[in-house]
Design a protein around this ligand. Structure first.
Ligand SMILES: [Zn+2]
Length: 859
């Protein structure tokens, strides 16, 4: 057994049992138009309608058509006046054509159908017993293969058609859909909205959103830009959240070299949405959790990024459509990279670089902890499994590397070529490579082979020393991952010219392709810093093995924020008093908040009193994001001093919700660890008061308090409080936090408490709402017990959602690994014995009852 095998096994497989290759089906012809005429019965959560499809056959003599249609009730199928024979098995509607197809002779199918309480595709939101304030809304979610749950269709992205939706809704509601509003009719107590989309698009981007919305009208050139929020929100909040949209449309129209292609752009914020946002053509749906208030806007960029992401899809995804899910990175990578582009445009290059680092780290985490896979793969159980950090963040990083290698002019020329040539068409990865080659003559298959068609990324270990006798910089580079990468990496040396002088930079671009390379650079004088991968544009991980002096100098003089962060991490590893001093200086003087935040984390990793004292100064940082990180850092030192420093931020309040929330969580943790010295009652009381008093935006602060209570494992009072907030009347986001907290609480807990927690979680698994299921899975995945495995397995078998199923299966594997398979079998056997015993008892009781009733009958 070599060490390589051990190394390789550290990456789990993406493919779950049952995964298989997926292909687009054969095409009977081109779908040209889809018209839906719908009548919604909102109280009954059902709809009745007609789906008319115009199909232009591609071959003569086709005798049957197979449409995707899940759990619909099919009432009739006609072609013009002629009824058609059909079979329907609940998944596929097979139509036996009364006349054979002829090329060029269009078929006009009309399918009368009903969708009765559909499980997916279309969602009916209404006030409930527990949430009487919940708005009445109907919205759809097609991606990836869910449109078939609300209308019969050829449900794969390779078919692009114009579309039309005529929908009847109660008169007090409005209906928003793709394209142009042609007509609104009033009929009795109802309104009939008629929307028409004349640009071709796939079925998964067809949408409908119905509700009593506040409509805010904006504009870009002659294009209507509208924001829709529930009437409980204000116009100001809607503008705070989406108000930059017109400027973004301008920006992306210019960047992508193609004017915004649709007649309007609407963003509708809906309740209980199961994604962050969905880029339906010209009508994006967003979760209502993204609607900011003034205070949330202080330190929240997520909403702005979400708005940019979904808007960018109007080009990458909606105008240029992917042909198959396996190439979805083309659109998701582009939209994720659009967040970086917008950040750069709006906030500058430094902010953009840091944003990009955040994306790369999301991918690294998935790669390390979950699985490693090629970005492009067609082997999966359900397409939705592909929508992960490889597809989004790693895909985004690939776009950035293309931009780096090509340079501004050629990169944007390539993008313009790609978008212009493929507008209103479908694409695969090869089409992007071809567009680049056509625009620039360059072949990027080697880069794609390394980063797109196989998993992983380079992990470099870099050594550096200065030989003053020979005036040589010696740089050693080792690739520590399995598959070697072959890249041309710029290595720069910076020379600080002193007061008022320009920093001079010497750059060498070196092919890095071997396992170990030693490089020598003759320089006139000792450089102030070295930048391996100057600008940090390649997706990679690095370990710097430089001397402290070199690192300190780099942290001070290198203007690249990502290089500074690498230096700070390496300095922290030195762990000396001198290291603390260098980091303290950076914490207090670095102009960019992102570097200060990272420096705070670096300081927190040093186990010295001086590091703690230095870090504490960060509590006064002007940026809330830094303060939040400082709190987490201080809380790593489990002392009364930490508790005393952090507590006031919750007690006296902070301008930021996130800071207060993190303070609440961290004091719970500290109170728990310090409970042998002092009972945690005071902190529990403070967290309970927080729960009573600090209701606010998305329940961020109260969720922090719940997470804090979950840390205090030994306290019955803490558990009781958390259980209380899992009640169905609790506001949704707070309740979800309480459900997740049960997981944290249940981790290495006493047996009776574990059982109490598992019982509660099991009851909650019966709820079908996506976010509830996700929270339950997250909770159960933390509880190392066979009981958790059993509940997870039953959830995996029952959930209609591919994402939940996958998460549950992964959680099972994790818990099994944690408790060991022998132990899990033993525990399961015990449970089975218990069940058998219960069953036996029930039987005897039943028999007794039967015997009794038999007696009564006789008498
Ligand atoms: Zn997206």
């Amino acid at each position: 057994m070599s060490i390589w095998d051990v190394e390789k096994s550290k990456h789990k497989s993406f493919e779950m049992p049952g995964a298989k290759p997926h292909y687009n089906p054969d095409r009977p012809g081109q779908v040209e138009h889809i018209k839906l005429t719908l009548d919604l019965d909102i109280p009954q959560q059902s709809l009745e309608g007609t789906c008319e499809i115009t199909l232009n056959p591609i071959r003569n003599g086709i005798t049957e058509l197979s449409l995707d249609a899940v759990n619909l009730q099919i009432d009739s199928v006609f072609i013009l006046e002629a009824p058609q024979k059909y079979e329907y098995d609940g998944e596929v509607l097979k139509i036996h054509l009364s006349e054979l197809t002829e090329v060029g002779k269009r078929i006009n199918l009309a399918i009368a159908y009903q969708a009765i309480q559909p499980q997916r595709g279309i969602y009916f939101i209404q006030p409930t017993e527990y949430y009487p304030q919940k708005p009445t809304q109907v919205w759809t979610q097609g991606e990836d293969e869910d449109s078939r749950f609300w209308f019969p269709c050829f449900d794969y992205p390779g078919q692009l058609a114009t579309s039309e939706i005529v929908v009847k809704v109660p008169a007090d509601l409005m209906a928003i859909s793709n394209g142009k509003l042609i007509d609104v009719k009033i009929e009795g107590g109802h309104k009939i909205y008629h929307w028409y989309q004349q640009e071709i698009h796939p079925t998964y981007l067809m949408t409908l959103a119905v509700g009593d919305f506040l409509e805010i009208k904006d504009k870009w050139e002659d294009i209507e830009v509208n924001y829709y929020v529930d009437k409980s929100r204000t116009e100001q909040e809607a503008r705070l959240s989406m108000g930059k949209t017109p400027r973004m449309i301008q920006f992306f129209s210019e960047k992508y070299g193609y004017r915004y292609a649709f007649p309007k752009y609407a963003q509708v914020c809906v309740a209980d949405f199961i994604f962050g946002g969905m880029e339906n053509t010209s009508t994006t749906l967003l979760t209502d959790r993204c609607v900011l208030d003034e205070r949330a806007a202080l330190d929240n960029r997520t909403t702005e990024s979400l708005v940019a992401h979904e808007l960018a899809h109007q080009w990458f995804g909606d105008l240029v459509v992917i042909k198959h899910w396996s190439h979805a990175w083309i659109k998701e990578g582009a939209a994720t990279y659009a967040e970086v582009l917008w950040t750069e445009h709006e906030y500058g290059a430094v902010e953009a670089a840091y944003y990009r680092l955040g994306e790369a780290r999301n991918y690294f985490a998935e790669d390390a902890e979950r699985y490693r896979r090629p970005i492009v793969t067609h082997v999966y159980r359900e397409a939705i499994e592909l929508y992960d950090r490889h597809l989004y963040e790693k895909g985004g990083c690939v776009y950035h590397m293309l931009r780096t290698e090509l340079g501004e002019e050629l990169f944007w020329k390539s993008i313009h070529t790609f978008v212009q040539q493929n507008a209103h068409k479908t694409v695969e990865t090869i089409d992007l490579l071809r567009a680049i080659e056509q625009a620039t003559g360059k072949n990027y298959l080697p880069l794609f082979d390394q980063y797109v068609f196989r998993g992983g990324h380079p992990e470099y270990k870099i050594g550096y020393s200065w030989d003053s006798d020979n005036k040589l910089a010696k740089v050693t580079v080792s690739q520590t991952q399995d598959d070697l990468f072959d890249l041309r990496i710029p290595i720069s040396f910076g020379f600080e010219g002193g007061f008022e002088a320009e920093t001079e930079l010497k750059t060498f671009t070196i092919r890095i392709f071997e396992k170990d390379q030693a490089l020598y650079f003759p320089l006139d004088q000792k450089p102030s810093y070295i930048s391996f991968d100057h600008g940090n544009n390649y997706l990679k991980q690095v370990t710097l093995e430089y001397g402290l002096a070199e690192l300190k100098s780099g942290l001070e003089f290198n203007p690249d924020p990502l290089a500074k962060i690498q230096y700070a991490e390496a300095i922290a590893k030195k762990g000396s008093l001198e290291a603390v001093k260098a980091l303290e200086k950076a914490l207090l003087t670095e102009p960019f908040w992102g570097v200060r935040l990272e420096v705070a984390e670096a300081l927190a990793s040093i186990k010295l009193d001086q590091a703690f004292t230095a870090l504490a100064q960060g509590l006064n940082d002007v940026d809330a994001r830094v303060r939040k990180a400082v709190i987490s850092g201080l809380a790593k030192t489990k002392t009364q001093a930490s508790l005393d420093l952090i507590k006031p931020l919750l007690k006296n309040g902070d301008p930021s919700y996130n800071v207060e929330a993190n303070a609440a969580t961290c004091i719970g943790d500290l109170a728990h660890v310090l409970s042998s010295q002092r009972p945690p009652d005071g902190v529990i009381k403070l967290l309970q008061t927080t729960l009573e008093e600090k209701s606010g935006w998305n329940e961020v602060v109260r969720s922090g308090a719940i997470a804090g209570l979950a840390k205090i494992k030994d306290s019955d009072q803490a558990l009781e409080t958390i259980l209380l907030y899992t009640a169905p009347t609790t506001p949704q986001s707070l309740r979800l936090a309480a459900i997740r907290a049960l997981g944290a609480m249940g981790k290495s807990q006493t047996k009776p408490k574990t059982e109490q927690i598992l019982n509660r979680l099991e009851i909650i698994t019966r709820e079908s709402f996506f976010l509830t299921q996700v929270s339950v899975v997250i909770a159960l995945g933390q509880i190392d017990s066979a009981g958790a495995i059993r509940i997870l397995q039953s959830l995996s078998n029952q959930t209609p959602d591919g994402r939940v199923k996958r998460m549950a299966d992964e959680a099972v594997t994790r818990v099994q690994g944690a408790i060991g398979s022998d132990e899990s079998i033993k525990q399961l056997r015990e449970e089975l014995e218990d069940l058998k015993k219960n069953n036996q008892e029930m039987k005897s009781r039943l028999e007794a009852i039967e015997a009794k009733s038999a007696k009564t009958e006789v008498s």
